[in-house]
Design a protein around this ligand. Sequence first.
Ligand SMILES: Cc1ncc(COP(=O)(O)O)c(C=O)c1O
Length: 363
Amino acid sequence: MSTTLYRPKRASSEGLVPLARRPAAQPRRARFVPWSAGSARIGCTPLVKLRLRIGHRWCDIWLKLEQFNRGGSIKDRTAYGLIEDLEERGHLHAADTIVESTSGNLGIGLALACQERGYRLLAVVDPMVSEYSLDKMRELGATIEMVRPADASQPPLARRLARVQDLREHDPRVVWTNQYGNLANPRIHRDHTGAEILRQLGHSPDAVFVAVSTGGTLKGISQYFRAAAPLCRIAAVDVEGSVVLGGSQGKRSIPGIGSSRQSDFLRDRPYDLASYISEAEAVAACHALRLCTNIGVGGSSGAVIAAAAHFLRLHPAADSVVCVCPDGSDRYEDSIYDLGWLRSKQINVEEGVTLPFDDIDCN
Ligand SMILES: Cc1ncc(COP(=O)(O)O)c(C=O)c1O
């Protein structure tokens, strides 16, 4: 099966040029300044191999650590793809205002791209957004609009989207990136995230596990793998209480993963397995990973690792899986890594949670 169909448009040798534009003119003997904004890139994030013990068996589990993107999450890729698409279609002009509904990470990615390209950003958020994300977006020049549901029965996302609609109707210079329906969202993950994983790994894994919210990441990775490595199973990972893949709505507190609306990208079910993880199990997996390996990830990554372990337990012949980890622990110190917050959300990890793996190790 050929992979050329999905070769990234601008990539040179082995994707060593990540998504961000090359800096214009490089001084011949540039001093390496690791913290300079110019050295920060999107893509080419590390794929780190860990070992997961399931009973007596050790399996390879590869973590695609998206926290190494410039804004700290996989949504930097999505933001880049959405803005490039609007520019290419001639829908963005200088001094336009980009508006988007965000739970935080996409807002940070968009704020970075807008700062770089000279657009204004209006991020529509709800009270579940973290202080970390608000601070980051403001630091990058974004305007924040906090919406509060009119009544308890209205999901915060519905209120956010209604506000986006209002803003568009009242100002023709407001342009919506629409992460929920713009095909540029899955496309960037098909052309880059999916391709990058297979190239870095060098062989087809037994399965790839991807957390869902809009479903854009999963759709794009699935499109790439279905063409380039059709035997690899694609697993959608959601949390209990979310309706991204269907089902009924319940209480959810972990930001990023899940949604109160079904994904438009996943209506054709581009996945082989669907896994629903409880918030307690997702959090416990995060804590176990950080304790055993020093790798800190967000709640959706914990869900993905737990789902992968359930799969390995059920499939004794499988021994190599990839987990896409959307972000790191930096933005969750005062939530999923804070016992007070966990208690306030009734996510009970203190009495111990039975995890689907017996040990996790970096050797
Ligand atoms: C923190 C985070 N970022 C990104 C994603 C992927 O989102 P999407 O399905 O919108 O591509 C998830 C999904 O769970 C997530 O938790």
